[in-house]
Design a protein around this ligand. Structure first.
Ligand SMILES: C[S@@+](CC[C@H](N)C(=O)[O-])C[C@H]1O[C@@H](n2cnc3c(N)ncnc32)[C@H](O)[C@@H]1O
Length: 209
């Protein structure tokens, strides 16, 4: 087992190009073994499109490739991305400008768990590929519920071989969940339904209000 010597912030701050290329220049390995990355993007886009001219909060927005995909393929009015890795945000800002959606989005640096949104709420919020790195999953879900008006989308990695390999390769802590964990973590949320969609190595959930 590799030792977790970095925080998630340190780990991701040096991987903006690497992660962006899973979308922009996918290798055969990515296409075969990182299908979850593409599935969760698609589920989030479908959810965003349900709400027309909506606002989006992209939690752990990373290189912002998803943010651009969602803006370009929906009628969303504005997207706020938040990530605690500043290099990810720099990449995301440049990418959004290059893709001509820079005027419809903003990327801020901060930890979602402690960031003060000053009462701002969003129609749809998404945490794609984020719970993998969050120890305080319950606090994150409760805060997503609090800042979301219509629906929130979260991806969840399962335990298994893939997770064992990640624990070996990654130098930051990683976490996993089963369906009972996911249902339990949504208890107490002000939602009408919880859709659970299986995907390679995990699940993606859509909590609708
Ligand atoms: C695997 S990347 C996923 C990026 C993007 N959501 C995507 O799916 O393409 C995870 C990102 O979440 C960010 N992150 C993890 N925990 C966070 C937190 N508590 N607050 C803000 N960003 C966080 C990391 O810095 C990293 O950029």
């Amino acid at each position: 087992m590799s030792k977790a010597t970095h925080t998630a912030q340190q780990y991701w701050d040096v991987r903006s190009d690497l992660f962006a290329n899973y979308y922009k220049k996918p290798s055969l390995f990515d296409k075969l073994f990182r299908k979850a990355v593409y599935t969760r993007t698609a589920v989030a886009l479908k959810t965003i499109k349900e709400y027309g001219h909506c606002t989006i909060l992209d939690i752990g927005s990373g290189p912002g490739v998803n943010s651009v995909t969602w803006l370009k393929n929906s009628d969303a009015s504005h997207l706020l991305g938040i990530d605690f890795a500043e290099n990810m945000n720099e990449y995301a800002r440049k990418n959004a400008a290059a893709e001509s959606v820079g005027d419809r989005c903003e990327f801020v640096t901060g930890d979602f768990l402690t960031y003060n949104f000053q009462g701002q709420v969003f129609d749809v919020s998404v945490a794609a590929g984020v719970l993998d790195y969050v120890k305080e999953a319950g606090a994150l879900v409760q805060k997503m519920d609090a800042v979301t008006k219509k629906a929130f989308v979260i991806s969840w990695p399962l335990n298994g071989l893939r997770m064992a390999l990640r624990r070996y390769r990654y130098t930051c802590p990683v976490y996993h969940y089963n369906e009972a964990d996911v249902r339990g973590l949504h208890q107490g949320c002000k939602i009408n339904s919880l859709e659970i969609i299986p995907m390679q190595g995990g699940m993606v959930t859509v909590a609708r209000k």
